[in-house]
Design a protein around this ligand. Structure first.
Ligand code: SF4
Length: 214
């Protein structure tokens, strides 16, 4: 069993990357290179922080006011075994904890993937699949481009399919050390560059860690 995850960033409360308020884990490393990816710092498999699965499970179980976790990156299915183990460890204590994941791979490919990928898929309630395609960028719910699908797996989030497919927006966070970061799926292309320019003009530096464009 894989006991550690390579993590780019975590966020304990987020309302723009999945239903309700959720924790988010951005894993480090993605084998794809989508043009226009806004999470460039998460793409190399080098770097990141090695975090024990047990420690992350404790963190998630200790959070109040969150209904689940969203797994982003980077490519979560490149660390599928550790993430499946994490969800198992959390659900031993919080059986109703929801799980959503992003993947640059299509659902059909994941279903034909190695055992770890299939095990992670089995534990998810929601999946956003497929690579980000800049030419198909849209203001979409939790996704960056309209080739990406929001796939409901199981009953927990069945209601999501009937809800409006419009952008959930972006969240800005200021950490205790004063560093500024953002999370969410930008509704317009070039969002990150524009935000960084505006913040720089006001003397702020964006904390360059993971977010998502789908
Ligand atoms: S958009 Fe997603 S799948 Fe594509 S390179 Fe970036 S992290 Fe990887």
């Amino acid at each position: 069993m894989t006991t550690h995850l390579s993590v780019a960033r975590t966020l304990d409360h987020c309302a723009v990357l999945g239903p309700g308020t959720r924790a988010v884990i951005w894993v480090q490393g993605c084998p794809l290179r989508c043009h226009g990816c806004v999470a460039a710092e998460t793409l190399p498999f080098e770097g990141g922080t090695a975090r024990p699965v047990a420690e992350l499970a404790d963190w998630l179980c200790g959070l109040s006011g969150v209904e689940g976790v969203t797994l982003s990156g980077g490519e979560p299915f490149s660390q599928a075994g550790a993430l499946a183990a994490l969800l198992d460890a959390v659900r031993e204590r919080r059986p109703d904890f929801g799980a959503m994941a992003y993947s640059g791979f299509r659902y059909e490919a994941l279903r034909r993937g190695d055992p770890d990928r299939r095990e992670l898929l089995r534990r998810l309630d929601l999946l956003v699949d497929g690579p980000y395609v800049a030419a198909r960028h849209g203001s979409l719910r939790w996704r960056g481009s309209d080739n990406q699908r929001l796939i409901v797996l199981g009953d927990r989030y069945a209601h999501v399919a009937a809800e409006p497919d419009t952008s959930a927006g972006i969240e800005l966070s200021v950490a205790a050390d004063g560093s500024l970061s953002w999370a969410g799926v930008p509704p317009t292309p070039g969002f990150r560059e524009g935000l960084e320019e505006q913040l720089a003009a006001r003397g702020f530096v964006l904390h360059t860690q993971a977010r998502r464009n789908g």
